[in-house]
Design a binder for this molecule. Structure first.
Ligand code: PEP
Ligand code: MN
Length: 342
């Protein structure tokens, strides 16, 4: 961190800042310019989580961070890209490797018939992870809330049949042990990205975590949320860009694809993209899926329903199995163009 003193800061004010920096356990580095004095903090200033402790001192104009506030999530500390293995060792799926990963399935698990139909169809066209919500975070308390544990049991049963590892959302810290018993990967939804108790509970879990970007979260806040999970002991975190809320209402969210290469620059964690929630429109899913792979995503999360018009949630953005198959043909072509495989 760099502390910039005000134009005519007094000697006493400068001394005060130097003393406070030493008190915080850092060595100050003083640089007197023609007009302004600048004081650097030598050491890992992430410990000074709140720049305000120095900004509030008399004579200080501003404090500038030079290091990103996240550490475990940062590529500076882990230059090698992380590959997260999802599922039992015998049929584990590597997320973050050269081969891109498609996770697909219904928004919500509705019935055995629905789930099995989607899973079988998805598997045939190269999907390697099955997604499906059993606990659904709905805007309205009157909307379908998911089948709960019954839904988890259906997911586990369809995994038995298809061999596809299962990703499903967990909404509360208390539910982590239950969801972890059935799922291969714990999803933290956009509305819970800053539920710090949930992040820590998933950080203590043994299964990998798929963390979705908060609908109004900056990229830095997103990585700080990942940092919570990593700092709690779970090093297997997959980041998911799913669109953010902007002034634009023509699409459900604004899919921020520039976040993908930036996240890959700042972090070693794998990044996947959810074009379904990102756009809210099934017609936009194929082009945005191709674009996501073109800009470096390690995989996709796509909602699929055998009868989108009858879906209990997110029908308008859900692909039919046939449309999914067509979408993946285009995705495969782009993957080849950028040196990846499907
Ligand atoms: C979902 O994946 O079904 C979901 C609820 O996503 P999000 O948290 O991104 O809205
Ligand atoms: Mn959904």
């Amino acid at each position: 961190m760099i502390v910039v003193m005000k134009m005519h800061a007094s000697e006493a004010e400068i001394e005060g800042v130097l003393a406070r920096i030493r008190e915080l356990g850092f060595a100050p580095h003083l640089s007197r310019g023609q007009e302004r004095t600048i004081i650097g903090l030598v050491g890992d200033d992430r410990q000074v989580a709140d720049a305000g402790v120095l900004a509030a001192l008399p004579g200080v104009a501003e404090c500038i961070r030079v290091l990103k506030p996240f550490k475990l999530a940062s590529r500076d500390f882990t230059p090698e890209s992380t590959v997260v293995e999802v599922g039992e060792a015998s049929n584990a799926v590597a997320v973050g490797a050269r081969r891109i990963v498609i996770a697909a399935g219904p928004c919500a698990v509705e019935s055995w018939e629905q789930l099995e139909e989607v899973a079988e169809a998805a598997k045939t066209v190269g999907v390697r992870l099955l997604r499906g919500g059993a606990f659904k975070p709905r805007t309205s308390p009157y909307s379908f809330q998911g089948l709960g544990e019954e839904g988890l049991k259906l997911l586990a049963r369809v995994r038995e049949v298809t061999g596809l590892p299962v990703v499903t959302e967990v909404m509360t810290p208390e539910a982590v042990p239950l969801v972890e018993r059935y799922a291969d990967c714990l999803q933290i939804g956009t509305r819970n990205m800053q539920n710090f108790n949930l992040l820590q509970a998933c950080g203590r879990a043994k299964k990998p975590v798929l963390l979705k970007r908060g609908l109004a979260a900056t990229i830095e806040e997103f990585l700080m949320a990942a940092e919570y999970i990593l700092a709690s002991g779970n090093r297997n975190v997959i980041l998911c860009e799913r669109g953010v809320r902007t002034f634009e209402r023509a699409t459900r969210n604004t899919l921020d694809l520039s976040a993908v290469p930036l996240l890959k620059q700042w972090s070693h964690l794998p990044v996947i993209v959810d074009p379904s929630h990102g756009t809210g429109m099934s017609s936009l899913v194929p082009p945005m899926a191709r674009a996501a792979i073109a800009c470096g995503a390690d995989g996709l999360l796509i909602e699929v329903h055998p009868h989108p018009e009858r879906a209990l949630s997110d029908g308008p953005q859900s692909l039919t199995p046939k449309l999914l198959a067509e979408t993946l043909v285009g995705v495969a072509a782009v993957a080849t163009a950028v040196g990846r495989t499907l």
